[in-house]
Design a binder for this molecule. Structure first.
Ligand SMILES: [Zn+2]
Length: 605
């Protein structure tokens, strides 16, 4: 294959948006497009427009001119293009634009487009997807996985097999039953990607989003698109959260394991369970921006009543609220954990005063993140949280009710719901209040796939969960969770509960966190981050839209956005590097309605 793009082509000027060609009269295809592709384009902040063959209003030739990428959205849409238009698009691809096809009916395409598809195709059925194992099978589009990774589909997926690719100058990227079903090639100064799979892949009863195969989609798009290619996706942040916190035996010394890697976790506090040494550590770590702190509950020390609870050590000045485990208690802020009813309003008001006093005594403000034990937030306390600047829900539960029985809703980006009845990832407004914003990333099991957010759960000697510390298993779950997030262009959360850190040595804990970060860093350009800041950035990206990007004749970028945001946020810009792609970032300012940037030089590293 050709591995370099000419300088002239890579610097070509004009509109760098994506044009998706559809025929919206095809109802089944439209359903798959909306869930499979357009939800993703919105989530990734990709500037895009549509050409709809169903629409009789004439589209001027300019609508097809100067795009970063042309996408045939589904089977049968290619044949709707007139020959002159097809020639215009084929010439644009030769000149440096990208081409991505989900239309397998190549024989019905206008002649000018057929060179943009692999020459030989036949119908097949896929039940299992895997990566090419021969030398040279690795590529930007199929990267981010172990070479031996394979995915058993929930239902057989009709595919188009692509034999004889290599002889025709195409590179196989994904196999189904040993036959290539996804391929790419350089074409002139442009790049083409052909999906023998349809967007049916992202139906939840076939495979679905958020399960390690979203990367194939965004990487296809990014690789093919003319560069520089800008989008408003969430950068590959890796952050952390620890629940049920009172400092453990180390007075939050375990935060150092995150700090070493540049990660600042959110810590959900059981505020009555901290002693003076713990509070002093809270103040110090807050001032050093090493963590942000949320009210989790007053206390929940149930495990102290268990004969098999054996902390690694105990700090001398911890309060003994349970009198040696005889009187354990769950005391929450706003919701009755037994009935699911909100606590009496007067008691909630009192509780909020008590919470404020504890945070004020430590000289800290409450995190912008609401991190409640069991995610249980009573409706009456919402205004109090908002008044304290806490507006980001990080748990996978809606306010107003107990942990279980989550409502049926379809939050952005994909309406993910695990096999345990809990949403997987929610980056959306809360149904409870327009100013509450869900920025919740979880790792539930999905059909046929295991899951679990807490990387230590089952791997440390907490209440007999494991006989000894299973570092490798904890690291493996952590790495898998991080990669699951990064593959879907979301941020990743290294999560656990402090009572499990409390039963292992700081050395073991350090090794686990170092192992997770190192494992995820292999093959990924991750960015260590603060949990609170990630939520702030995620909302800024979510409440703004990148509508247009132009590359000027001197190579600088100019972009236009609409929306509202309360501070700066990143623009992700992709560049080609040989056959590979890499991303750089530009900072955009706060938005108030409409914004057109000055021409911006693209950073080179
Ligand atoms: Zn909790």
């Amino acid at each position: 294959m050709t591995t370099s793009q000419s300088k002239g082509a890579s610097m070509s000027t004009g509109n760098r948006s994506v044009l998706v060609m559809v025929d919206s009269r095809e109802a089944a295809a439209r359903r798959d497009l909306i869930h499979g592709l357009f939800a993703a384009l919105r989530f990734w902040g990709v500037p895009h427009e549509v050409w709809d063959a169903a629409d009789g209003f004439p589209s001027p030739p300019a609508h097809f001119r100067s795009r970063a990428l042309y996408v045939l959205g589904h089977d049968g849409v290619g044949q709707r293009l007139q020959e002159t238009l097809a020639q215009q698009i084929a010439a644009a691809v030769q000149g440096g634009a990208g081409w991505l096809s989900f239309d397998r009916r190549v024989d019905s395409w206008p002649v000018a487009l057929r060179e943009l598809a692999p020459p030989t195709r036949r119908d097949g059925l896929a039940t299992r997807l895997s990566l090419p194992t021969e030398a040279g099978g690795a590529h930007f589009i199929n990267s981010g996985h172990d070479a031996t990774a394979a995915w058993e589909l929930m239902a057989a997926l009709p595919v188009t097999q692509l034999p004889g690719l290599v002889q025709a100058g195409w590179q196989p990227l994904l196999l189904a039953g040993g036959e290539p079903v996804l391929a790419c090639r350089q074409l002139g100064a442009g790049r083409a990607v052909f999906w023998g799979l349809s967007l049916m892949l992202y139906r939840e009863d076939v495979w679905g989003h958020g399960r390690f195969l979203d990367g194939l989609l965004w990487r296809s798009l990014v690789w093919a698109a003319a560069k520089p290619f800008a989008m408003r996706a969430i950068p590959p942040y890796v952050t952390a959260r620890v629940d049920d916190c009172h400092g453990a035996y180390s007075a939050f010394g375990y935060v150092d394991a995150f700090k070493r890697h540049g990660i600042a976790p959110n810590l959900g506090l059981f505020i009555d369970e901290l002693g003076p040494t713990d509070w002093a550590a809270v103040s110090q770590r807050y001032r050093a921006h090493e963590a942000d702190f949320s009210m989790h509950a007053f206390r929940d020390d149930f495990y102290k009543a268990r004969p098999d609870w054996r902390p690694y050590a105990v700090l001398a000045d911890k309060p003994d609220l349970s009198h040696g485990g005889r009187e354990t208690l769950f005391a929450g802020l706003s919701l009755d954990h037994d009935s699911g009813e909100a606590l009496p309003l007067a008691q909630i008001a009192e509780n909020v005063v008590r919470m404020d006093k504890a945070f004020a005594a430590a000289g800290i403000r409450h995190s912008k993140i609401i991190n409640a034990h069991y995610g249980e937030v009573g409706y009456p306390v919402i205004p109090a949280f908002l008044a304290r600047g806490a507006c980001f829900l990080c748990n996978n539960t809606v306010p107003g009710q107990l942990y279980a029985n989550q409502p049926m809703w379809s939050p952005a980006p994909y309406g993910l719901r695990g096999n345990n009845g809990r949403p997987g990832v929610i980056i959306d407004r809360s149904p409870a209040h327009p100013e509450l914003f869900f920025s919740s990333v979880g790792y539930p099991p999905y059909a046929g796939q295991s899951g679990g957010a807490d990387i230590l759960n089952g791997h440390v000697p907490f209440l007999g969960e494991a006989a000894a510390v299973r570092k490798d298993a904890a690291i493996a779950r952590g790495v898998s969770n991080v990669l699951r997030s990064l593959d879907m262009m979301c941020w990743a959360v290294i999560m656990t509960h402090e009572e499990r850190i409390d039963v292992i040595s700081l050395d073991d804990w350090d090794e686990i966190i170092a192992g997770v970060v190192a494992g995820a860093r292999r093959g990924w350009d991750l960015i260590p981050a603060s949990r609170e800041l990630v939520s702030v950035i995620a909302r800024r990206l979510s409440t703004t839209a990148l509508n247009r990007v132009d590359v000027l004749s001197d190579g600088r970028l100019q972009c236009e956005l609409t929306g509202q945001s309360d501070g700066p946020s990143p623009l992700m810009v992709w560049l080609n590097e040989g056959e590979d792609c890499r991303r750089v970032y530009l900072d955009l300012p706060a938005l108030d309605g409409f914004f057109r940037s000055e021409p911006m030089p693209v950073p080179s590293c």
